[in-house]
Design a protein around this ligand. Structure first.
Ligand code: PMP
Length: 545
């Protein structure tokens, strides 16, 4: 008998599997699910007239790969909230079994337990809001404790639970499922325990796409555990828990070309978290600031008053008088939002501004994700699929003095054309978006010679696309980049950026000539996008650009 069978509610074990229509089989006529046979009238949402896959194999595989676990050990859920609910419904008998928590913590554990009629046994963090494994073990009477939720890092206090403590607690409570909720794990230094769920038979790990992957509205998460526990969750699951558009959104956001932008966003949020931590820590009335997840927990003398004061400045933060009376939880926002928060604390008067843009662009030929920041030089991480083009784009960003994170999954097996062109379009679009209304920027760029090559790029961010390329190449390709595409890149960029771009190049060595063009572009852009310290003047007598 598996651990899951031993711990599960007997009536769940006795249930037959839910009776639903089978997965679609190609070439068959589907008259088995009482669906409407006509395509939905919602554009961009194909096939939502059909019920979705109850457990989408491709997404399950992708999430398993993301977390480094076998697919049969992972069950995709409607947010990790749903995983919490499934665990409690599958394992806790009303009026008999109990659920352990360590307060203050995420309210859903106790809420779902009470809905199910399970008792809640609560341990507490120390008075310093630290996790004390011995105190937790002492508080848990193991008799009918079916589940123990350990949130790491903890919501709302940010307290991490050392993985060694989780292992020790799981070993000490062999008849309890120890659930490590890693909803905020991507924002923590603590290594994930996902790969140990299964090898440690009573360990379950919860993950979500709501936080680090920005998909709270799609409701996608998962539980990782021994396959016998997963089988049990499947029995309690509703027939079609995941809406088709959510499955599609999850697969899109987890595309390999999206991952560098996710990583850059996480790094940015952590840098912002540190900035807020540094500034708010020194504020009067703030006793201590704890960082964890994508939020801060401010221990303050009068938290309710603080929450009200911030609300008056139209900033909503979380204060829970009963559950976490000692402090206020503040989510890390965009730079501009965080700046508004600091202003509400009287710590700055400057409004936050950010010349940053993110572009995702998917066609049948390429999938591109790109983040650009004109006011930061780092990071630069470029993966176009064509190493020489990476090098060229890196020249543009390095000499342009801006950060560029770009990844493309393109149809390179056909030829580099689509990737090269679409990246140029995405880059131009991103530059245009990041420049915003162009107030405060210089209008013209210029360039200089390089070795025996003379390369010149002149740019006017006029809003009127125009491209001229004077120069030719003797070789058909340089480093896998067809030279005929070089003028085309500048043209695509001019079109999507809305700029006049004039390029002139002559020399003897084609590598130098191509590289010279991109370097010159970077240098020209550096001048063209630089804020000139003239406030918000528009560099045009027209008054618009
Ligand atoms: N666990 C924790 C600790 C949370 O804070 C949250 C959301 N606030 C969740 C789980 C649920 O997240 P979701 O259902 O969006 O995956």
């Amino acid at each position: 008998m598996s651990l899951a069978e031993r711990l599960a509610r007997p009536e769940i074990l006795a249930l037959p599997a839910v009776d639903i229509a089978g997965a679609p089989v190609a070439g068959t006529i589907r008259l088995d699910a009482n669906e409407n046979p006509f395509e939905s009238l919602v554009s961009g949402q194909p096939a939502i007239n059909r019920y979705p896959d109850p457990q989408p194999a491709q997404l399950r595989q992708r999430m398993a790969g993301l977390y480094g676990v076998p697919a049969e050990s992972l069950w995709v859920t409607r947010g990790s909230d749903d995983a919490i609910d499934l665990l409690i419904r599958g394992f806790c008998r009303a009026g008999v079994d109990s659920v352990g928590i360590v307060e203050p913590t995420f309210s859903a554990y106790a809420q779902f337990a009470r809905v199910q009629g399970a008792a809640v046994i609560a341990a507490r963090l120390t008075s310093d809001l630290e996790f004390d494994a011995d105190a937790v073990l002492a508080a848990m009477a193991p008799a009918a404790l079916k589940l123990l939720f350990l949130c790491t890092p903890n919501n709302p206090t940010g307290t991490p639970v050392d993985p060694a403590d989780v292992r020790r607690i799981a070993a000490a409570l062999p008849d309890t499922l120890v659930v490590a909720d890693e909803a905020y794990g991507e924002f923590s230094n603590c290594p994930s325990l996902a790969a140990e769920a299964g090898p440690i038979p009573n360990l379950v790990v919860l993950k979500t796409l709501s936080k680090a992957y920005g998909l709270a509205g799609a409701r996608v998460g998962c539980a990782v555990a021994d396959p016998s526990i997963i089988d049990l969750l499947a029995r309690v699951s509703p027939p079609y828990p995941l809406p088709g558009p959510s499955i599609a959104a999850a697969l899109a956001t987890l595309g390999p070309e999206r991952m560098p932008v996710h990583a850059e966003r996480i790094a940015r949020l952590l840098a912002e978290r540190d900035r807020l931590l540094g500034q708010l820590g020194d504020t009067e009335g703030v006793r201590r600031v704890r960082a964890g997840g994508n939020f801060l927990f401010l221990e303050v003398e009068r938290p309710e008053e603080l929450a009200q004061r911030l609300a008056a400045a139209a900033i909503r933060v979380r204060f829970r008088a009963k559950a976490a009376p000692g402090g206020v939880r503040v989510t890390v926002g965009t730079e501009a939002e965080n700046q508004a928060l600091l202003a509400a604390f009287g710590l700055t008067r400057e409004a936050g501004s950010s010349r940053r843009a993110e572009i995702v662009r998917d066609t049948n030929e390429t999938r591109i994700a790109l983040a650009i920041d004109l006011d930061r030089a780092e990071p630069r991480r470029i993966a176009s699929g064509i190493p020489f083009y990476d090098h060229m784009l890196d020249q543009v960003a390095a000499h342009g003095g801006f950060s560029l994170v770009l990844a493309c999954e393109g149809d390179l097996t056909i030829d580099p054309h689509h990737s090269v062109e679409d990246i140029a379009i995405a880059l131009g679009t991103a530059l245009k978006q990041a420049l915003g209304d162009k107030r405060g920027i210089g209008r013209f760029g210029f360039a200089l010679p390089m070795d025996e090559t003379r390369a010149e790029v002149l740019i006017d961010l006029s809003g009127r696309p125009f491209a001229r390329f004077e120069g030719s190449f003797a070789s058909a390709a340089v480093g896998g980049l067809p030279t005929e595409l070089v003028p085309h890149i500048f043209r695509s960029l001019a079109d999507s950026l809305g700029a006049a771009v004039h390029v002139r190049v002559d020399g003897e060595n084609d590598h130098h000539k191509v590289e010279g063009c991109f370097k010159a572009l970077g240098r020209a852009l550096r001048t063209a996008v630089a804020l000139e310290g003239r406030g918000d003047a528009l560099p045009s007598t027209k008054g618009v650009l």
